[in-house]
Design a protein around this ligand. Structure first.
Ligand code: ZN
Ligand code: ZN
Length: 364
């Protein structure tokens, strides 16, 4: 066992390559490159074989690639054609017959290079070889996601006292994003969603110029990033007035479903059974059709990754996964409520990584 988690990940990948009858894998997904080597730049080609890890990047990343990945990969820097250089270096890694590539992370244009180059390798499409490894998080990864979730919670607490009736959704998004940056978020892992009034019924609304009015729903779905790892939180509140009875009833229903799911979700349970934890509560009250998306998704170097907590996932959730729990109920023309927290599926049960402050907030 090596102390460096990247070495362990590389070894685990080599194990899966053997099972897939591959001698090596070309890794082009940026998140997978970062996971295996630590390199966080925007352009590199990586090959993992039984004996070597090769990383080819361009001149811009010379220093960065050596600093981030030099300890666990052979770094080659090319100022003309990174692909030509990659093929040249690959040929030096000993006899390789079948080499996999990541079908979901390679353009058709780049795949054509395989035939143009007239090489000896047999290129095989692969799917999610590294993603499957990434699903179970190590302690350092969980700590980074917890750090991002703490930061997201603090940014929201900073933001809420500054939210007023009469502001636009975009203005509120700006205040929240400013707080996230000020507190140290490396980036916004996705476009911040601020959706008000009837727009809160759009599960993936984009923040707009709409002005928030008194007594309306305000849904905030936002992320933070620490050491490359993402948190993803949603809170829904009422602005400028106390909640109506109808609003409160809808909110309590979603909150109850969310609490049940985040407390009862377990590694080993199928994605479908996890999804049902919240869905059954909502459906029992007659709102099943208004919860039109899945319960949650894996969280890590990417904001949406394996595993899915959905009706269509019959696989068990891996021990160590970090997932979102985000049921919602959306009523067209009226608005909607979604509540999202981040949970680590540890061997001994679910551990909440975000603040779990899901009581209904009324900004009056
Ligand atoms: Zn979200
Ligand atoms: Zn999410």
């Amino acid at each position: 066992m090596h102390a460096d988690p990247r070495r362990q990940r590389q070894e685990a990948l080599v194990g899966t390559l053997a099972a897939a009858a591959l001698d090596g894998l070309l890794v082009t997904s940026r998140a997978n490159i970062r996971y295996l080597t630590g390199f966080s730049g925007s352009a590199a080609l990586v090959a993992v074989t039984r004996g070597d890890v090769l990383l080819v990047t361009d001149f811009r990343y010379d220093e960065q690639a050596r600093a981030e990945a030099g300890a666990v990969a052979r770094v080659e820097v090319e100022s003309t054609s990174v692909w030509d250089r990659f093929f040249k270096e690959l040929a030096t890694l000993g006899p390789l017959a079948a080499v996999g590539y990541e079908a979901h992370a390679l353009t058709v244009q780049d795949a054509e290079r395989f035939t143009q180059a007239g090489q000896a390798w047999r290129w095989m499409a692969t799917k999610d070889l590294v993603e499957r490894l990434r699903a179970a998080k190590g302690p350092g990864e969980v700590a980074a996601i917890r750090g991002a979730a703490d930061l997201a919670g603090a940014a929201l607490r900073d933001t809420l006292p500054r939210v007023r009736v009469g502001m636009t959704e975009l203005e509120i998004a700006g205040v929240l994003e400013g707080a996230l940056r000020r507190l140290g978020s490396e980036g916004h892992p996705f476009s911040t969603i601020v959706a008000s009034g009837p727009r809160a019924a759009l599960p993936h609304a984009r923040s707009s110029r709409r002005v928030v009015a008194k007594g309306e729903w305000l849904l905030l779905d936002f992320g933070a990033q620490v050491d490359g790892y993402c948190a993803d939180i949603t809170r829904t509140l009422v602005v400028g007035a106390r909640a109506t009875e109808r609003q409160r009833a809808l909110y309590e229903l979603v909150a109850e479903a969310q609490r049940r799911a985040r407390e009862c979700v377990r590694a080993g349970m199928t994605g479908r059974d996890a999804d049902a934890l919240a869905r059954d509560v909502i459906a029992a009250r007659g709102f099943g059709d208004a919860f039109g998306h899945s319960l949650g998704h894996g969280l890590g170097l990417e904001v949406h990754e394996a595993p899915r907590l959905s009706k269509t996932n019959a696989d068990p959730l891996p021990v160590g996964a970090v997932v979102t729990i985000e049921p919602g109920v959306y009523l067209a023309g009226q608005g909607g409520v979604r509540i999202e927290d981040d949970v680590h599926l540890s061997a001994t049960g679910p551990v909440l990584l975000s603040d779990g402050r899901t009581e209904l907030l009324e900004l009056v």
